[in-house]
Design a binder for this molecule. Structure first.
Ligand code: ZN
Length: 81
């Protein structure tokens, strides 16, 4: 299972998000300050898991949540084969 690591740009908190399947869409925000401003931290152990041979990379999109706050959705592409 791929685990992605992120660093919050607001408070500097580093947090991980576990994806149960490669194409799962998960709303990601900082568990500390709920900010959706973060950067991906590349971890050597799971670096390869999110990137296919064709160079597909996880995409991050921001959308509105039912709560009225913006949420960021991370989309992890599945393997090519
Ligand atoms: Zn934060």
């Amino acid at each position: 299972m791929p685990i992605y690591e992120f660093r919050c740009l607001e408070c500097g908190n580093v947090f991980e998000k576990l994806f149960k399947k490669p194409d799962e869409k998960v709303a990601v925000c900082c568990p500390g300050c709920k900010s959706e401003s973060f950067e991906r931290v590349i971890s050597s152990t799971n670096y390869l898991m999110g990137t296919g041979k064709s160079g597909k990379k996880p995409s991050v999109t921001t959308k509105s949540c039912s709560s009225g706050n913006g949420c960021t959705t991370l989309e992890i592409p599945g393997p090519d084969d």
